[in-house]
Design a protein around this ligand. Structure first.
Ligand code: MF3
Ligand code: CO
Length: 299
């Protein structure tokens, strides 16, 4: 993932030239006032988003098409997941649905990741690799993280699934993780800093006696699988990138029942575990910043 963003002003454009966003409109009728506002924030030392991560309405429409498939995948899993199946079977479902729509799973071969979806059970925090040797059993909590590329546009979201009867403490963990997205979404507003969202999530999770993983966070998404900004859920408020209309990113805090420490499996180089062995839960939403708030793109 790339972390460098420009704080330099971007190329100046004539008022009657085509807008940089690719809308086909004249600059003065499109992002001219927007850029003036951004320049003002830049002068005040706000971290403002670079043009290359902002989406125009046509691009947003294409990302929504990608997300439709991603949502269909997660819905299908919700209807069919149960004790006794293997996580490889989940991967097979994802492959089938993705292929049927002429799409590609973004995780497949991503930095060497071998499968089309991540399946993370109980004390696995994220990046669990589907396997024919891993059988779901009653009482498990499972995160399935799907990401789809359609015509070059990316969607990414994940949900938790409870297998049969789950203990009350695990159920509560899953529910708090889900509610933490609602808490975060309330802070997704244009011209506000993204750290306000992350800080609100961390406060909510701590009030509930859990902890948020610090080393892994969310990311910009749409043109690429992972683009700027990096999204933390343990940051102070009034920090981070200014949210503006056309920005798109994920909210995907990983919530541990115990402490936030994690480690990566030495065996497969991917699977992330809680250090203390307690369960972990995560839901992921892909969100677009709009003129007056946000739009959920994939969930
Ligand atoms: N969907 C995960 C994310 O939110 C995927 C991580 S990349 C993987 O970023 F290859 F590890 F799956
Ligand atoms: Co993601």
């Amino acid at each position: 993932m790339e972390h460098a963003f420009t704080m330099e002003p971007e190329a100046k454009i004539g008022r009657n030239d085509d807008c940089w966003c690719g809308s086909g409109k004249k600059y003065k009728k499109c992002h001219c006032d927007f850029d003036a506002r951004l320049d003002e924030y830049r002068r005040r030392r706000f971290l403002v988003p670079p043009r290359r991560i902002l989406k125009n309405p046509d691009q947003i429409a294409k990302i929504r098409e990608s997300a439709k498939i991603n949502i269909e995948i997660l819905d299908y899993i919700g209807a069919h997941i149960k004790a006794g199946i293997t996580t490889q079977e989940i991967d097979d479902w994802v492959c089938d649905i993705t292929k049927r729509h002429g799409a590609v799973a973004a995780t497949l071969n991503y930095e060497g990741f071998p499968k089309s979806v991540c399946t993370s059970i109980n004390n696995v925090v994220c990046h669990g690799i589907p396997s024919k040797d891993v059988v779901l059993k009653e009482g498990d909590i499972v995160n399935v993280d799907a990401s789809t590329i359609l015509n070059g546009f990316f969607s990414d979201s994940s949900r938790m699934y409870c297998i049969g009867e789950v203990s009350a403490d695990k159920k509560r963990l899953v529910e708090v993780a889900r509610q933490s997205l609602d808490v975060g979404l309330q802070y997704v507003q244009p011209w506000r800093k993204i750290g306000d969202m992350g800080a609100a999530i961390n406060a909510f999770v701590m009030e509930n006696g859990y902890s948020v993983v610090r080393q892994i966070g969310g990311h910009g998404v749409g043109f690429e699988f992972h683009e700027d900004p990096w999204v933390s859920y343990v940051c102070p408020k009034d920090t981070g990138m200014l949210m503006v209309p056309g920005m798109m990113f994920t909210i995907e805090p990983m919530i541990n029942m115990g402490n936030w420490e994690i480690y990566i499996s030495e065996e497969d180089g991917w699977t992330v575990y809680t250090e203390d062995g307690t369960p972990s839960a995560q839901w992921e939403v892909q969100v677009l910043v709009t003129e007056d708030g946000y739009e959920i793109i994939s969930y």
